[in-house]
Design a protein around this ligand. Structure first.
Ligand code: PMP
Length: 382
């Protein structure tokens, strides 16, 4: 009991200072702290105690292609996808990574040709700003960033398809006609019911997911790939082995516990708190507040709302993207990020996504206090 008390009385480490009405509001990163409020209310549903002797070995299951994947995480990943219906899991290998960022690199490695010129990596603009940054930072001889997929000409490429898309929330499909030398990687970080209706069970060759945006546990650094082809799964595993000799088991067990708690919420027998209901309610509320603020200011516009029938909730639902792709319509402002910065709102410039600097990307996943100050400030800008 004493030890338990120590744990619960420890000051929570939230990573960011509290905000006040005249603070700088930093909505540049997609830090998903909005979800803390949900997990605070779940009691011990997602709590985990790891004794000193556990999780010491490098190995998890030497009979699995991904030998460092904890079987419990494998099971909970499959269970959650079956619950939500957003991706096929039968016949797929699950590969775990230190965030889906590591698996993105592993996929590039696995899809690159063994010899010859570096393969071109492309994505339709506006594309997630990490794609060019991560692709080129080690100046690999295997692959190189080649920009906007919609203007790409060539036969050999890796197309990154992010849907719903970071930064603009668009629902996307591959734009390059499949050619023998063309490969695709589907980044489904945001293909969850709080952000978009689940309209189909995705079944692409390589699909990336992460707890960062599904449950909000970005700091746990766990992502997973669903991979159809065994040889590709083996190469991706090799990448993680050479890069970090596996993935923290402590984090994997925590992620398994968290994903299990999410599925429990939709398991009639268990009836635990429901993450996607919380997430959707929050996102609907925030998008409606933001649209009202943009309209009140008269100088900002946002992408049109789209909707569809969600096979998970069995209701028609709108998309509520994790980021707002905000355009400043003032004639005298050609750099929206600087304009907002001068009003102490930090966002990421459209230029970083291969787009017009009149646009910025704004995180919709911060805590209530920061989000509220942001919309109030935005509505007063003229
Ligand atoms: N893909 C997309 C589209 C993202 O927005 C993010 C997070 N910003 C990631 C991947 C990386 O997530 P992780 O924290 O799992 O590395």
């Amino acid at each position: 009991a004493a030890r338990r008390e120590d744990r619960t009385t420890m000051a929570p480490s939230t990573g960011k200072p509290a905000v006040t009405t005249d603070s700088v509001i930093n909505l540049d990163h997609g830090d998903p702290t909005m979800y803390e409020a949900f997990w605070r209310e779940t009691g011990d549903a997602a709590e985990l105690v790891i004794p000193g002797w556990q999780t010491m070995s490098y190995f998890s299951d030497v009979t699995n292609v991904c030998w460092f994947l904890e079987p419990e995480l494998d099971q909970q990943v499959r269970r959650l996808h079956r619950t939500v219906g957003n991706a096929a899991v039968d016949g797929y290998h699950v590969i775990v990574g230190t965030g889906s960022t590591q698996l993105f690199m592993a996929a590039l490695y696995a899809l690159s040709p063994d010899a010859g010129e570096p393969i071109s990596v492309v994505s339709t603009a506006p594309y997630y700003s990490s794609y060019p940054a991560v692709t080129d930072f080690l100046r690999s001889g295997l692959f190189r960033w080649a920009g906007d997929a919609s203007s790409f000409e060539g036969d050999n490429y890796i197309e990154l398809v992010c849907s719903p898309n970071n930064p603009d929330g668009a629902i996307r499909e591959a734009v390059l006609a499949s050619k023998p030398g063309g490969k695709t990687v589907h980044d489904f970080a945001y293909y969850w019911p709080q952000y978009t209706p689940i309209t189909k069970k995705a079944d692409h060759d390589i699909m990336l997911f992460t707890v960062s945006k599904s449950t909000g546990h970005a700091g746990t650094r766990i992502g997973w790939a669903l991979v159809k082809d065994r040889a590709i799964a083996k190469k991706m595993t090799k990448f993680v082995e050479l890069n970090t000799i596996g993935v923290s088991k402590d984090s994997q067990l925590r992620a398994a516990k968290v994903l299990g708690a999410v599925s429990d919420g939709y398991d009639a027998k268990v009836g635990a708190p429901r993450l996607f209901d919380f997430g959707r309610r929050k996102m609907v509320e925030r998008w409606s507040t933001l649209r009202a603020a943009a309209a009140a200011s008269g100088v900002f516009s946002l992408p049109e709302e789209t909707s569809g029938f969600c096979n998970f909730t069995k209701e028609t639902a709108a998309t509520n993207p994790a980021f707002a792709w905000l355009r400043c319509d003032r004639e005298d402002v050609d750099d929206c990020a600087s304009f907002l910065r001068s009003h102490k709102i930090l966002t990421r410039s459209g230029a970083q996504f291969g787009a017009d600097p009149r646009y910025v990307r704004v995180s919709m996943l911060d805590r209530d206090d920061a989000f509220d100050i942001f919309v109030r400030r935005l509505s007063s800008l003229k």
